[in-house]
Design a binder for this molecule. Structure first.
Ligand SMILES: [Zn+2]
Length: 438
C-alpha cells in the first residue's frame, strides 16, 4: 500500500461525533452495541445508519466511515464485525476500548460501500501518517508532538495534500481524541492487552482488504505487518515487537482469524460479561487480578483471554532471552568451569554462552530461568551438556569437577554471585544424571 499517494479528505471527521461524550469515546461504544445488538454478524449499512442516528445526535456516518469496516455483498452494503466490535460487546466502556478505536482510525482501513468513492476506503491517511512521520521516533512515541499546534503544523507544512477547510478545527479534534483515549499514558500491563488487540484488529482489516490471507504463513504475515509500519503505529519497541507479533499472529491463525466470530455465534457468545466481578473483601484488585477472577466462560471472553495471553507469552520468551544475557553480563563472560572470559577479537571483546544446567527441552523440562542458567565458554558448554565436566554442589560451596585429571580447574571453587539467585539443586540433578553423584 502506498499510503503517501492516497488522496486524503478529512470530510465528516471534522464533525464532532462523540468526541465530547465523556468519558472518551463512550458514544462510539454505545452505538457499536446498538448496531451489533444481534451479535457478531454483519449488519446492513442502512440499518446501522438508522440505529446510529437514533442513538447519537452527531453524524451517523462518522462511525461507519471512520471506525467500522464496510463490505458490499451482492449489491448490499454491510458493516461487519471485527476485534473492535468484539471488545465493545464483550465489556463495558473503558479506556482500552477508546485506545483500540484510535487504532481503527489510524489503521484507516474501512472497506467499501455502495457509492463509496475510492479514497473513502482509507479515510484517515493523515492520522496514520502523522503518527508514523511525526510522533514515532524509531523506538517509541514522542508524545510532545501530539498537540493541536503540532498537528496543524504537520498538515500546513505541505507534507501531504490536505483538503480540509479548517485545519485548526481538524487538528483540535484529532488532538482531543488522543487526549480522550489516554493512549499516551499506557502502563505496561495495559499495553500487553491493548497491543495484542490492536494487532488482531489490524489483521482482521487486512484480511477483509485481502492484503493478507489465512493461507499465508505466520512468518509471511509478520513480514507484511512490518512493512505496514505496525510498530510505529502502535508505539511497539522494535526489539520486542517481532517476537510478540509472531506469537500473536500464530494465535490469530489458530483461532481461524475472522472465523472466530462465527464460532462464537453458535453459543450466543455476545452477552455482556463485565470483567469487574472481583472478590468483595480485601484490597481492591489490580486490573490483572480482576481478569483472572472473572473466570471466562463465554467464547467472547475466551477470545479476549487468548489475545492477551499471546502477548504475555511472547514477552516471557523475550524475558527468558534477557535472563541468559543478564547472567552472562553479571559474570562478565567468565566461564563457570574454567573461570576464563574468552577474548575473541583484538579489541578485547569477551564471549560466553548461557547454558541451562537442567535442559529446558523434553523430557527434562528444566526452567528457562536465572536459577537454572550458568555462563560457559563454548568448550565447557559442550562438555557440561555431555557430562564431561560437572559441578559438585557441595552443600552450597560448589566445586568444579572434570572427568580427566589433567585440567587446571578440577577442584576449583565456583563463586556464585548473590545477585544471581541460582538454584544449586539443578547442579545436583546434573551431577546425578551423569552418574557423578549417587
Ligand atoms: Zn571454560
Amino acid at each position: 500500500m502506498d499510503w503517501k499517494s492516497l488522496e486524503s479528505r478529512p470530510g465528516s471527521f471534522s464533525k464532532n461525533f462523540g468526541w465530547g461524550d465523556a468519558p472518551g469515546l463512550g458514544l462510539l461504544h454505545r452505538v457499536t452495541n446498538a448496531v451489533f445488538s444481534h451479535g457478531m454478524k454483519p449488519v446492513l449499512r442502512d440499518t446501522a445508519r438508522k440505529i446510529i442516528a437514533q442513538k447519537a445526535d452527531g453524524d451517523p456516518l462518522v462511525p461507519l466511515n471512520f471506525f467500522f469496516y464496510n463490505l458490499v455483498e451482492r449489491g448490499d452494503s454491510y458493516v461487519v464485525p471485527d476485534q473492535l466490535v468484539l471488545e465493545a460487546l464483550a465489556r463495558d466502556h473503558d479506556q482500552s476500548f477508546d485506545r483500540l478505536a484510535m487504532c481503527a482510525l489510524n489503521f484507516s482501513r474501512v472497506g467499501a460501500w455502495d457509492r463509496a468513492r475510492p479514497y473513502q476506503s482509507h479515510p484517515a491517511p493523515w492520522a496514520r501518517r502523522f503518527v508514523i512521520e511525526e510522533v514515532w521516533n524509531g523506538f517509541s512515541w514522542d508524545t510532545s508532538k501530539i498537540t493541536s499546534d503540532k498537528i496543524e503544523e504537520f498538515f500546513a507544512s505541505g507534507a501531504m495534500d490536505y483538503g480540509a477547510a479548517s485545519p485548526r478545527k481538524f487538528a483540535t479534534n484529532l488532538h482531543f481524541l488522543y487526549q480522550q483515549s489516554s493512549l499516551l499514558g499506557l502502563t505496561n500491563s495495559e499495553r500487553e492487552d491493548w497491543w495484542s488487540s490492536a494487532l488482531f484488529l489490524f489483521l482482521d482489516r487486512c484480511i477483509f482488504d485481502r492484503e493478507i490471507s489465512l493461507k499465508m504463513s505466520a512468518q509471511d504475515i509478520l513480514s507484511f505487518v512490518e512493512t505496514e509500519d505496525f510498530w510505529a503505529l502502535t508505539a511497539a519497541d522494535p526489539a520486542l515487537a517481532p517476537y510478540a507479533a509472531f506469537s500473536v499472529i500464530e494465535e490469530y491463525l489458530d483461532l481461524g482469524g475472522p472465523a472466530r466470530f462465527t464460532n462464537m455465534e453458535a453459543t450466543g457468545g455476545t452477552a455482556k460479561t463485565p470483567l469487574n466481578t472481583a472478590p468483595r473483601s480485601g484490597s481492591p484488585p489490580s486490573p490483572k487480578m480482576r481478569r483472572e477472577n472473572a473466570k471466562p466462560k463465554k467464547p467472547t471472553d475466551l477470545t479476549l483471554t487468548v489475545v492477551q495471553r499471546a502477548y504475555a507469552r511472547a514477552q516471557r520468551q523475550v524475558r527468558n532471552r534477557q535472563h541468559a544475557e543478564w547472567v552472562k553480563a553479571l559474570y562478565e563472560n567468565r566461564c563457570a568451569i574454567c573461570g576464563v572470559a574468552l577474548v575473541i577479537d583484538p579489541t578485547g571483546t569477551t564471549y560466553s554462552e548461557a547454558g541451562h544446567v537442567k535442559p529446558v527441552g523434553d523430557p527434562f523440562k528444566g526452567p528457562d530461568h536465572l536459577q537454572n542458567i550458568l555462563p560457559f565458554c563454548p568448550n565447557h558448554h559442550k562438555a557440561f551438556d555431555r557430562g564431561g565436566v560437572w559441578i559438585n554442589p557441595n552443600k552450597g560451596n560448589p566445586i568444579v569437577r572434570s572427568a580427566t585429571d589433567d585440567t587446571g580447574f578440577d577442584g576449583r571453587r565456583l563463586e556464585l554471585l548473590s545477585d544471581h539467585d541460582f538454584a544449586v539443586e539443578f547442579l545436583e540433578w546434573h551431577a546425578q544424571y551423569f552418574g557423578h553423584l549417587s
